[in-house]
Design a protein around this ligand. Structure first.
Ligand SMILES: [Zn+2]
Length: 384
């Protein structure tokens, strides 16, 4: 993007209304492109969408740098020579300034602490994605946030200027782009960076910086950042959730994770005890059955263990069929010392929309049937 220091958005970063003249009108199929002799609308550039607002009350849908200059896209034509009154969506512009300056601060802190470069930037509706050529631990992310927010609290000046070639030689600045007219954004005392976008006047305007995500992206590390009111809303929502979780666990919100760790440990113990109990009950059930010449059908609370199976096999030469579960969802194990249980399994699966498989002497599976239906299945089989 060729930068023109005379554009209104460079002269005054807090100019939200201005007057200008239409110098070019470009007609497209479904829209019009308006070029003004000067504009306060910053066009889309460097990962940031253009400003929105109105020209003579007509909505500006997008602003782009094209071969015609800075084109304001609108749905109605405005003739060349028309005097126009431009009004920016002030809140949107301020939000972009806070976000973009917040990103510069985080990138400056990362560069100072770790020497990593910002290699990609995108400002979306919800937060910004910033890519770095290095990775971070959780503790390092906390330290980045801490230092970035300290710079916000110090409320230092943010200066934007076009240095002469001589001045530029003396400045060591971060840069992603080879700009033909370098514009420097200086966070006084902390950072120099080449950048074409409007910024806050002092860091205090940003209010709060929050890193809300960190993940690997194409060999780099992507941080998702929120600034200002977006960061405040995020923190409020996380705190509110921690409050609710704390109330459920009867602890303070900042103790939720240790309370959950304790709870998970006790759950593990309960799961272990439950499995032991189910096993004992299953063994008890099979031990109390009488020997059978037919299949020994057993309904037991736990999925058949070796002990339970062996006990069953002692009671039936033909085979033992153990079912465990609830109505419409039973897992089964069919076992025999020497017989082939696969035919019985196929029949069960076909009758009750089941699945399963295994070796001839032991087949496992799952069927959709009630206890009554299973009992009936075996009862009818006996008759045949
Ligand atoms: Zn920038």
């Amino acid at each position: 993007m060729k930068l023109n220091p005379d554009e209104l958005f460079y002269i005054d970063n807090k100019l939200f209304v201005f007057d200008s003249v239409v110098v070019k009108l470009i007609e497209y199929k479904d829209k019009y492109g308006i070029v003004l002799d000067k504009t306060g609308f910053f066009p889309e550039a460097g990962g940031q969408k253009g400003d929105l607002g109105t020209l003579n009350g007509i909505s500006v849908l997008d602003v782009q740098v094209t071969e015609n200059g800075i084109e304001h896209f609108v749905s109605c034509s405005i003739e060349v020579g028309t005097l126009v009154h431009g009004e920016l969506d002030k809140e949107l512009r301020l939000k972009k300034e806070r976000n973009h300056s917040g990103e510069h601060i985080v990138s400056a802190v990362v560069h100072k602490l770790f020497g990593y470069n910002n290699v990609g930037f995108h400002m979306g509706e919800e937060g910004m994605d910033v890519d770095f050529d290095g990775s971070f631990t959780k503790d390092e992310l906390v330290e980045i946030e801490r230092q970035a927010n300290r710079i916000v609290r110090e409320n230092v000046a943010v200066k934007c200027y076009f240095p002469t070639e001589e001045e530029l030689k003396r400045i060591s600045y971060r840069s992603k782009l080879e700009l033909s007219t370098p514009r420097i954004v200086e966070i006084v005392g902390y950072d120099f960076c080449a950048c074409c976008a409007p910024h806050v006047s002092t860091t205090g305007e940003i209010g709060l910086i929050k890193i809300v995500d960190c993940y690997k992206n194409r060999g780099n590390t992507r941080l998702t950042l929120l600034c200002a009111e977006d960061a405040v809303e995020y923190v409020l929502s996380v705190c509110s959730d921690a409050d609710k979780s704390g109330a459920m666990l009867s602890v303070k919100p900042y103790s939720v994770s240790s309370a959950i760790t304790k709870q998970l440990k006790s759950n593990e113990e309960l799961v272990r005890l439950n499995a032991e109990l189910k096993h004992s009950i299953s063994l008890e059930i099979v031990s109390n059955l009488k020997a059978s010449e037919n299949y020994l059908v057993v309904f037991a609370p736990s999925f058949a263990s070796k002990d339970v199976l062996n006990k069953g096999l002692e009671l039936s030469q033909k085979g033992v069929c153990i079912f465990s579960g609830n109505d419409d969802d039973y897992t089964y194990v069919l076992a025999s010392k020497a017989g082939d249980m696969r035919g019985l399994a196929t029949s069960l699966n076909q009758t009750f929309s089941g699945k399963g498989g295994g070796k001839p002497t032991q087949v496992q599976g799952r069927i959709k049937a009630s206890k009554e239906q299973i009992e009936k299945f075996f009862h009818n089989g006996e008759k045949e």
